[in-house]
Design a protein around this ligand. Structure first.
Ligand SMILES: Cc1cc2nc3c(=O)[nH]c(=O)nc-3n(C[C@H](O)[C@H](O)[C@H](O)COP(=O)(O)OP(=O)(O)OC[C@H]3O[C@@H](n4cnc5c(N)ncnc54)[C@H](O)[C@@H]3O)c2cc1C
Length: 461
């Protein structure tokens, strides 16, 4: 069994892992990043689809969260404002109508009121006082929004936790939404480049043995599924909560020896991992979503509750496709998940045809391709993003607390103020790196583990 020794191991090369590793490296800490996939980025993955960039995972920048904008600026990556045109279509209406301003305003009030509520979103919406104050339309819109945008079944989602995440998703006084022009993949490349061969791809962590000040990590590497053990002073663990929640012995579960502290285990178990099914539909000819070409087309009550057009909608050359995203989150996504790409794509086309009052077969005939991303089935994510469940309002903060100054858990699920977002993941990575660096400062005696000739030098150093 090959062995190597490092100062700090970072497990997972999504936004949190890349951010933590970059910070540590900048501070002179020897770091190795172990990533299961053949690419960095995790839930940031930009694909080339018929000449257009499409996102399998995150697509938007919500608001103007400082560290993310700073990174984008440093990497010279442009963003575009997505626009805010919204239309509602009834389940079988042929005439989309602009989303009613009063119901949008009422929904915003409901989301704000979550902040003072105990229990789940469903509990809050069912309260007589809630029913007396807000219209059924606004309550239904709020429920659909939480299921869709937060990917959180309303019966499970904490009202207070959702309010907090909602503030974090806006992340600024202006709650505009932006798109990373070349795709989030460009940011991943910019972050990964300086890490060089410290970033080990195709390296699937299977076990973590730890004691205060020392970590051993077993990983399966390809080709040949060779086992390798890495040793370090500390580990930053950025595994998605869906992976950490796998029961012992399940395919993909990571064995911690000794087990993580009870409070940490409890926090992991009590967070929710929201399912999302995202479909990108390509059309041979420009596809109109109605008068004014709204950005978002809401289809409440359907399996896919919102559609939006991707940039490049106007053909760049004759025959260029037009692309639409069909989005299902929460309970809808859980019901769709596992049905297979063909069935899911057909369902998306069916909803779109009904929403626009078009013939389903005719619409299907115009569709030249579909990309289906069923995140619940992704073995290295096991869902799209985390949400705070009722009663677990402190879970993210518990996870952000270092374990014996040795294991530092990061990732979007550990950032209570921006859970489920790219900037939440980024902040968590920076937070974990800072925690490691503070300890390093304390430990930097002549024999300390972080001293240049310390106990765990890089192999061959
Ligand atoms: C469909 C979808 C749409 C989204 N839309 C948005 C959006 O518009 N805006 C926004 O802000 N956020 C959005 N998000 C959320 C955002 O993508 C995530 O919050 C963020 O990217 C998570 O980063 P992370 O580093 O915490 O986790 P990840 O990116 O999941 O990184 C964890 C890494 O750990 C690796 N890993 C897993 N298991 C192992 C193992 N055993 N060994 C080694 N490595 C392992 C994974 O491969 C992964 O690379 C979206 C997510 C999805 C799925």
């Amino acid at each position: 069994m090959a062995r190597s020794r490092e100062n700090v191991l970072v497990i997972g090369a999504g936004m949190a892992g890349l951010a933590a590793a970059s910070r540590l490296l900048e501070a002179g800490v020897e770091v190795s990043i172990l990533e299961a996939r053949a690419r960095p980025g995790g839930r940031l993955a930009t694909l080339d689809a018929e000449g257009l960039s499409i996102e399998a995972g995150a697509e938007f920048v919500h608001g103007t969260p400082e560290p993310l904008w700073e990174l984008l600026a440093r990497a010279g990556i442009a963003t575009v404002d997505v626009g805010s045109g919204q239309v509602d279509v009834g389940t079988r209406a042929s005439e989309p109508s602009p989303a009613s301003e009063p119901s949008l305003a009422e929904m915003a009030e409901i989301l704000e009121a979550f902040a003072d509520a105990d229990g789940s979103v469903a509990d809050f919406l069912a309260l007589p006082s809630t029913q007396a104050r807000w219209s059924p339309e606004a309550r239904a819109r709020a429920a659909t929004y939480v299921e869709s945008f937060h990917a959180a079944p309303v019966a499970l989602a904490s009202a207070r936790g959702t309010a907090r995440a909602e503030q974090g998703a806006s992340a600024s006084s202006e709650s505009a939404t932006f798109r990373v022009q070349p795709g989030y993949g460009a940011l991943v490349r910019a972050l990964a480049a300086p890490l060089g061969d410290r970033l080990l791809l195709d390296t699937v962590v299977t076990a973590v043995r730890w004691e205060r000040g020392r970590v051993e990590v077993d990983a399966r590497t390809y080709p040949g599924a060779r086992m390798r053990t890495f040793e370090a002073r500390a580990a930053v663990i950025t595994l998605p909560i869906g992976v950490l929640q796998l029961p012992a012995g399940a395919e993909g579960a990571i064995r911690f020896t000794p087990p993580l502290p009870e409070a940490t285990q409890h926090a992991i178990a009590s967070l929710g991992m929201g399912p999302v099914v995202r479909v990108v539909l390509a059309f041979a000819a420009p596809f109109s979503t109605g008068p004014g070409e709204p950005t978002f087309l809401h289809t409440p009550g359907e399996a896919f509750s919102v559609f939006w057009a991707l940039p490049g909608k106007a053909p760049r050359a004759s025959g260029s496709p037009t692309m639409l995203v069909a989005w299902a989150g929460g309970s809808n996504a859980a019901a769709l998940s596992g049905r297979g790409a063909r069935a899911i794509a057909d369902e998306a086309q069916g909803v779109l045809a009904r929403a626009l009052g078009q013939d389903e077969a005719a619409l299907a005939a115009r569709c030249t391709g579909a990309w289906v991303f069923d995140w619940l089935l992704d073995p290295y994510a096991r869902g799209a993003y985390a949400f705070i469940t009722a009663g677990a309002e402190d879970a993210a903060d518990t996870l952000a607390t270092p374990v014996e100054d040795t294991l530092y858990i990061a990732g979007e699920a550990t950032c209570s103020e921006a859970i489920g977002t790219v900037h939440g993941a980024l902040r968590s990575g920076h937070r974990a790196a800072t925690q490691v660096l503070v300890l390093r400062t304390l430990d930097q005696g002549p024999d300390g583990p972080y001293a240049p000739e310390g106990r765990y030098p890089r192999e061959g150093a």
